[in-house]
Structures are given as C-alpha cells and as structure tokens.
Design a protein around this ligand. Structure first.
Ligand SMILES: [Zn+2]
Length: 237
C-alpha cells in the first residue's frame, strides 16, 4: 500500500534496495511469514509467577528470516493463500520481557499433545501482545512475539520462553515496564480471553483458529489459569 493505493511487487532487488511494482486492484494484502528465533543473553531481573513459571526481562539476540508470505483478505482477515520467499537472515540485539515455563509447568497438562501446548503458548503470546501494547501504550507491531523452539523435536526437555521483545535494535525500554506489569498483563490476558465471544479463537483474542488450532483458546485459558494462580501473592514488583 502506498498513499492508499495497492501495488504488487514484480521484482525485488535486495542488494540495490529497490522494489519494482505494478499498480493493482485486489481484495487482499500480503504479510510476511518470518522464522524468528530469540535467544536469551542475560536476564536483568526475574520473579516467580504461578505454576512454577518465571517472569523476566533482559537482553536477547534475535535471528529473523523471511521465509514466505501469506495473502490476507481485507476486513475478514481470512488467509487466502501463501507463497515461499527466501531472504537473507537478519540479526538484531534488543531487549525482551519473557515468561519461562519449566518442564513441571507444562507437565500439568498431561492430556495435551506437545503441539497443543505449543499452540496454547502461541495463543497466550497473542493475548499478551495486545494487553502489553495497551499497558505501555505502544503500537502492537512495536512488540514481537516468539517462543523457544522445541529442542531437536524432543518435548521431554522442552522448557520454552515466551518472549515479547522490543521490535527495534537495542530495545526502546518497553520490556522493563512489561516486566513490572506482569500481574496486570496476566490478568488482562485472562479478561480479554474471557470477554471475547468467539468459540475457539479469533484475531481479536488468541489469534485465528488456523494459527492456534481448535483447542488453542481452551489451552490458553488453562495456561493462564495456572500462571495467575498465585501470581498476586508471589510477585513483588
Ligand atoms: Zn476471540
């Protein structure tokens, strides 16, 4: 989009920093699909939250590669197609707020498959991003969401971090505030989830069902339930 007009990129010259475009009229727009990995470098502070999980903030390293794009329909936000792209990997150092889930935390949900747990965390991430952006009064795009990869496919040692990172090199000070607001973020996420009338997920709450799965909303509710269990007692910030 440029000045409210739509263009399609016909050729992209990465080295020359040029996009060659053609004016079109379309009922969808495209959004990049990125593969982003965040690695914790140093925690500045951390504090326990409910269920044995931890809340922290600190320095992180981020590696991002654009691996494709999806076509998103205007207004309904339906996913109407996708394609592959291969762009050079980019590295960035920034600051992040994160929740750490030890093995014992995820073991509280024995009826869920590893994939369902992962989707549940993605759903929690979507809620926290919305509530977090509101709490620090930033644009949701200023906050990136990422979850630690499962190690070599083995979920036995899967102790993921759910990151909300400052989407700018060096960080812009959002993560310290988010850390301070941990109890408020978790409670806000619970409220947002409960107040949304959708059945199993939508872009207004946990994200569309296509992204979080059929049980995404339910799983997010259970994870958040465990996180807020004793958070107000144990969090002293
Ligand atoms: Zn919803």
């Amino acid at each position: 989009m440029h000045q409210a007009l739509q263009y399609q990129v016909e050729r992209f010259d990465y080295e020359g920093r040029k996009a060659y475009v053609r004016r079109i009229d379309s009922d969808y727009f495209t959004d990049a699909i990125d593969y982003t990995q965040v690695k914790e470098l140093r925690a500045f502070e951390s504090t326990p939250v409910g269920g044995g999980a931890k809340s922290a903030h600190g320095d992180v390293r981020l590696n991002r590669q654009i691996v494709g794009f999806k076509k998103v329909k205007f207004y309904t936000m339906e996913n109407v197609g996708a394609g592959n792209l291969s762009m050079p990997e980019q590295e960035m150092h920034t600051t992040a707020f994160w929740l750490h889930f030890p093995e014992a935390f995820l073991a509280r949900f024995p009826d869920l498959t590893p994939n369902e747990k992962q989707s549940g965390l993605v759903a929690v991430g979507a809620l926290l991003r919305t509530v977090g952006a509101l709490s620090v009064m930033c644009d949701p795009r200023d906050l990136g969401v990422s979850i630690t990869e499962a190690i070599a496919g083995s979920m036995k040692t899967f102790e993921p971090n759910l990151y909300l990172y400052d989407n700018y090199p060096g960080g812009i000070g959002q993560s310290a505030a988010l850390f301070k607001f941990t109890p408020r973020l978790l409670e806000g996420a619970v409220q947002l989830l409960r107040s949304c009338p959708c059945e199993s997920g939508c872009p207004s709450c946990v994200g569309p069902v296509g992204e979080v799965g059929e049980r995404g909303k339910e799983t997010a509710a259970r994870i958040l339930g465990a996180l807020v269990e004793r958070t107000s007692d144990v969090v002293r910030v």
